[in-house]
Design a protein around this ligand. Structure first.
Ligand code: UD1
Length: 421
C-alpha cells in the first residue's frame, strides 16, 4: 500500500488548477445509462472512484470511450448485464447510483448492498423507499438489492425524504426522468452536484424544475438522448487547498473553480483571518503570514457547512490561535482523524458528535493512518504544519478523491512524496 511522507514547515504559496468534481462526475456517469445514444462527459477528474465506475460499466457490457482530450463517451445501448457486483460496490458506495437509472431504463437492476463504512452505518433505505413509491418491486436478497419496474415502467410518485440525502435525491431524480407522469421530491438535497446532474439530464432531454431547491419536480419523458456535459469544479478539493494554505499561513490561487458554491467555507476562512479574493473562475487566499484563528462550525446539508470539509478545518484548528468547537450532524462517526492528530501533538477532545480543539503552536510529525477520504486530506494538512516527517498510511483513500495531490502540493512548495508499497 502506498504511503505519503510529508516534511512539514513550508508555507504553501502558488497557483494550481482545480479538477472536476468527483461527487458530480459519479452521478453524471450513472445518468448516461438513461440515454438511448452516446453521452460525452468533459472535465472528469482522474480518480480511483471514476475508474471504479468505468470498471463497473465494463462489467455491465458498456465500454466508455476516452478521447485524446480525456473526454469520456458512454453509449449504454450495448448493456448486457443489469448487475452491479459486490466486489466493486464494496470499494465504492456511490455505485448505488446505477440503481435508479437501470430500473428506469431497463426495467430491472441488481445492485450489491453497500456495507457499513468508516464514518457510520450509512443505510440506503431512502433510495429503496423512493423507488418503491414509483412502483418498483424491491427485494433485498443475499446481499443484493433486486429492483424490478412494474409492467409499463416506473410511474411518477410523491417522495418525501425524512433525512436530506444527496445520492438518494440523485437516484430518484434520475429514475424520475423516464417515469410515467410527474414526480415530486420533497426535502431534496440542494447540493450543487445535484444541480449539475440536473443540468446534464436536461441536456439529455429531461424535464426538471426546482433543482437547487428542496422541492424538485420532474415530468417524465419517453426517452433521453445524446448530449455533452462538462462536470462542475470540485468544491471540496477547492476548500481543501484553501484550508491547507490557511493552516500553513500561506497563500494560494485556485483556478477553474467557482466561489458561489463555497460560501459557507469561505466565510469560515475569513473568520480564521484569511483574505479571500475571487474573480471569474478563480479564488485566492492570503494569510499574510499570520496564524489562523480557531473557528467554530457545525456541519449540515447544503448550503450550510459541508461535512466533507469538517476534517480539514479540524486540522487547521489544531494549529490555530484559541479553541474551536466542531459539531458533526450529518454522519455519526466522523472524528477518526482527531485521534490520529492527537498522536501528532494536537489537543482535541471528542465527545459524541462534538470535537473541541485547542490550537497548539506546532504539531509534531508522526506515522498516522487515513481512515476515509476526507480524513486523509486532513492528515496531509496536519503533516504540512507539523515539525519533521509525517507518514500517512492507507492513502488509497486519498486517491479516491484527490487528483494528483502530491504534484499539486509540490507545486505550491510542499515537501511531499509518495512511497510505493
Ligand atoms: C454524499 C457524498 C459524500 C458526502 C455526503 C453528505 C457522493 C458520492 N457522496 O454521500 O461525499 O459526505 O453526501 O454531504 O455524493 N441516510 C439514510 N438513509 C439513506 C441515505 C442516507 O439514513 O437511504 C443518511 C446517512 O446515513 C447520513 C445522511 O443520511 O447520515 C446523509 O447521507 P447522504 O447525503 O445520503 O450521503 P451520500 O449521498 O452517501
Amino acid at each position: 500500500m502506498d504511503k505519503l511522507i510529508i516534511t512539514g514547515g513550508n508555507r504553501l504559496d502558488g497557483e494550481i488548477r482545480i479538477s472536476g468534481a468527483k461527487n458530480s462526475a459519479l452521478p453524471i456517469l450513472a445518468a448516461t445509462l438513461l440515454a438511448d445514444g452516446p453521452v460525452t462527459i468533459c472535465n472528469l477528474p482522474h480518480l480511483h472512484d471514476i475508474t471504479t465506475m468505468i470498471e463497473l460499466f465494463g462489467r455491465m457490457g458498456v465500454q466508455p470511450v476516452v478521447d485524446e482530450r480525456l473526454n469520456v463517451e458512454v453509449d449504454p445501448r450495448s448493456i448486457s448485464s443489469l448487475v452491479a457486483p459486490y466486489e466493486l460496490v464494496k470499494t465504492m458506495r456511490a455505485s448505488i447510483l446505477v440503481l435508479g437509472p437501470m430500473v428506469a431504463h431497463f426495467g430491472y437492476a441488481e445492485v450489491a448492498l453497500p456495507g457499513g463504512c468508516a464514518i457510520g452505518t450509512r443505510p440506503v433505505d431512502l433510495h429503496i423507499r423512493g423507488l418503491e413509491a414509483m412502483g418498483a418491486q424491491i427485494e433485498v436478497e443475499a446481499g443484493y438489492i433486486k429492483a424490478r419496474a412494474p409492467e409499463g415502467g416506473l410511474r411518477g410518485g410523491h417522495i418525501f425524504f425524512d433525512t436530506v440525502t444527496v445520492t438518494g435525491t440523485e437516484n430518484i431524480l434520475m429514475a424520475a426522468t423516464l417515469a410515467k407522469g410527474r414526480t415530486v421530491i420533497e426535502n431534496a438535497a440542494r447540493e450543487p452536484e445535484v444541480v449539475d446532474l440536473a443540468h446534464c439530464l436536461i441536456a439529455m432531454g429531461a424535464n426538471i424544475k426546482g433543482h437547487g431547491t428542496d422541492t424538485i419536480v420532474v415530468e417524465g419523458v419517453e426517452r433521453l438522448g445524446a448530449a455533452r456535459h462538462s462536470v462542475m469544479p470540485d468544491r471540496i478539493e477547492t476548500g481543501t487547498y484553501l484550508v491547507a494554505a490557511a493552516a500553513t499561513r500561506g497563500r494560494v490561487k485556485l483556478k477553474d473553480t467557482d466561489e458561489s458554491i463555497l460560501e459557507a467555507v469561505l466565510l469560515k476562512l475569513e473568520e480564521a483571518g484569511a483574505q479571500i479574493d475571487t474573480g471569474k473562475n478563480w479564488i485566492s487566499l492570503d494569510m499574510k503570514g499570520n496564524r489562523p484563528k480557531a473557528i467554530n462550525l457545525r456541519t449540515a446539508p447544503y448550503p450550510a457547512f459541508p461535512t466533507d470539509m469538517q476534517a480539514q478545518f479540524v486540522a487547521m484548528n489544531a494549529v490555530a490561535e484559541g479553541t474551536g468547537t466542531v459539531i458533526e450532524t450529518v454522519f455519526e462517526n466522523r472524528f477518526m482523524h482527531c485521534q490520529e492528530m492527537n498522536r501528532m501533538g494536537a489537543q482535541i477532545l471528542v465527545e459524541g458528535n462534538t470535537s473541541i480543539i485547542t490550537g497548539v503552536e506546532r504539531l509534531k510529525g508522526a506515522p498516522v493512518m487515513a481512515t476515509d477520504l476526507r480524513a486523509s486530506a486532513s492528515l496531509v494538512i496536519a503533516g504540512l504544519v507539523a515539525e519533521g516527517d509525517t507518514l500517512v498510511d492507507r492513502i488509497y483513500h486519498i486517491d479516491r478523491g484527490y487528483e494528483c495531490i502530491e504534484e499539486k502540493l509540490q507545486s505550491l512548495g510542499a515537501i511531499i512524496r509518495r512511497v510505493p508499497a
